[in-house]
Design a protein around this ligand. Sequence first.
Ligand SMILES: [Zn+2]
Length: 360
Amino acid sequence: MVIGGIHGNEPAGVEAIKRVIRRIQEEKIQINGQFIALRGNLQALQERKRFIDIDLNRLWTDEHIRCHECEGAEFEELDSLYDEIRGAANGLRQAVLLDLHTTSASSSPFFILGDTIRNRRLTARIPVPKVLGIEEQIEGTLSTFLNEKGLVAINFEAGSHEDPGSVDRHEAAIWLALTHTGLIDRQSVPSYSRMRGILRASSKGLPRVFESIYRYGIAENENFKMQAGYFNFKPIGRGELLAYSNGEAVYAPISGRIFMPLYQEQGNDGFFIIRKINPFWLLVSLLLRLTMPRKWIVFLPGIKRCKRDKWTVRVNKKIARWYPLKILHLLGYRKVRDEGSRLLVSRRKYDLFAPENIEL
Ligand SMILES: [Zn+2]
């Protein structure tokens, strides 16, 4: 599955999907499986706005789906998209979704993904940087929701909203994903090497994997204004003036690279700060996840099993202070909730293997 326009001011993904479908039909390209293209937020796409009432890509939780008390245009959109995805994926063993986006700042293309081995595998052969850890800082995204239900689901960001090249990069990413999932034979993809080349050239010189370590969240009624001139992956120093919040300066709390700085009216992520991960650690984490039994996690000091859910553990921050969340990340855990003195972290259920049957 591929979806474009979940943010209505990001129509580049929808354009690219149309191109791919036209090509498949014209050249009668054979598909080994099902290829489903989705579009929506439909109402926001029509008005060319990120959303009408509420961000559709922050609503994907079981509580919001088929919610009778929830008000807003996006809840209708949520239910109709959910029905489509459910209809397509339920009962299958393997389903993949690529969620297409663009950014308000200018940017090289990149993937945002939850750090599962299955997500990593899909993106491994597509030559653009991968950014991990965003899913701990943003709640209710479509891809995290689907990851938890056992689908491989990743976000692809093609560049800025206005850049015509974003449509080309989206198109390239769709073709490469179609081949890497085995849906289309590589030989039948029109100009496969050119597609790879487009992506490779536009992210030249950038490290391959990053981790998000800081998010600046914008409060309701806060007047946030990003300083001009920032673009994705631009290196920044600690203490650098990045933005103004209600007229007061916002400085970088740590050094790293700026990520998704907000240059549009709607949205509540001001900016993120990311840092490079050495690919060596990804390999270590793959080996640990393959070999270490899940139950062993409680042998780490300060960690207690959660009685309600066998996949979740409570981390006593005081005791566990000397070893960072990083170790838990390596082992395939993600932060679910910060409870002050304790941290709730959960092992990703479908990290290594697909479920027997997908059930949404
Ligand atoms: Zn978006």
